[in-house]
Design a protein around this ligand. Structure first.
Ligand code: AKG
Ligand code: FE2
Length: 337
């Protein structure tokens, strides 16, 4: 789907196609409330991290990770390069439009096709080097963009490996063999990553618009850097929509559907959305940690032994993505035993 070229640029009123009937302003939405009612910030270098991470993943499906070792300057550079990309004229960005079933390139977020209304956002996806698209966007001037995005992905991937160990260890799985969370099709299969830059331009009518509609991520988990601008909210059954306030240097860790499956339902795959505002252009970077396309995912054996029954049948990542793209809310149910 293509944007109307002028859509985001200084439009005085929100076009009808962007007006949502259930909007952020109609639903209960909590801002700065007491500490127990917001997802925790966890120092992942501290020995107490294991139990804090486990409690957060069980209750919220999300926490903010501090002391993760990635320098703030790398986040700032990544955000700077993302702003440089999104500030290009829409027509130029459309030269690198994502293919309908693809992941990389410029476009609307993939879940757009599952909703009747448009979201007030745009994105750019990468798997590894973005040079093919970046050299079309900036024929002479793409080296810095590529260098920053590649370094960012490298560091984030290393952090994902550390985090998956913390999360599974927090469930009592200390033996490496017990924590293999996907069954590779080929010997050489390794975990994969996907980086998505998200842009939420200044919106003329934020109360009736939606930056990103409520969804769960399909990934094992997602690391999110949200700069300094509010917008991300997570859903809690008892409380409603809760802001995840940006904390300088912290990374939001969203538990995704696959972790919910792998943990045999112990960790919650967090329902989240993004609201927009009328003063600041928000940028976020979402780093999805994934299995190889043909690998099988199922509840970890040790947890099943303990719980006696698996909650989900094995599923390949490919099958899961295809089922979810047809109906966001039915994918998990479709593999439930
Ligand atoms: O921009 C954000 O804060 C959230 C992005 C997100 O949920 C996603 O890319 O899946
Ligand atoms: Fe998400």
């Amino acid at each position: 789907m293509k944007f109307q070229t002028q859509t985001f640029n200084n439009v005085p009123t929100l076009p009808d196609s962007y007006v949502w009937s259930t909007t952020p302003s109609e639903s209960p939405c909590l801002h700065s409330i007491d500490e127990k009612q917001v997802p925790p910030v966890v120092d992942i270098g501290d020995p107490s991290a294991f139990s804090l991470v486990r409690d957060a993943c069980e209750k919220w499906g999300v926490f903010q990770a501090m002391n993760h070792g990635i320098p703030l300057s790398l986040f700032q550079e990544t955000e700077f390069e993302a702003r440089r990309l999104f500030s290009l004229p829409t027509e130029q960005k459309q030269h690198v439009a994502r293919l309908p079933e693809g992941f990389t390139g410029y476009g609307l977020v993939r879940i757009s096709r599952n909703f009747p209304k448009l979201m007030w956002s745009e994105c750019f996806g990468m798997i590894g080097s973005p040079v093919e698209h970046a050299s079309q966007l900036w024929p002479q001037d793409h080296a810095k963009f590529c260098e920053v995005m590649e370094q960012f992905q490298e560091e984030m991937k290393t952090l994902c490996e550390k985090l998956v160990a913390i999360m599974l260890c927090s469930l009592g799985l200390t033996n490496e063999q017990d924590t293999k969370w996907f069954e590779p099709k080929n010997e050489s299969d390794r975990a994969k990553c996907f980086l998505q830059l998200n842009s939420y331009p200044v919106c003329p009518d934020p109360d009736r618009a939606m930056g990103l509609a409520p969804h769960t991520d399909s990934s094992l988990f997602t690391l999110l850097y949200q700069g300094g601008i509010n917008g991300l909210q997570v859903y809690d059954d008892g409380v409603g929509w809760v802001d995840v306030q940006p904390v300088e240097g912290a990374l939001v860790v969203n538990v995704g559907d696959l972790m919910h499956i792998v943990s045999n339902g112990r960790f919650k795959s967090v329902l989240h959305r993004v609201v927009v505002n009328n003063t600041r252009h928000r940028i976020s970077t979402a780093f999805f940690y994934l299995p190889p396309w043909d690998a099988k995912v199922s509840p970890l054996k040790k947890l099943v032994e303990f719980d006696h029954l698996p909650m989900y049948r094995p599923v390949t990542w490919k099958e899961y993505v295809e089922t979810k793209s047809k109906d966001l809310s039915k994918a998990l149910d479709s593999i439930r035993i």
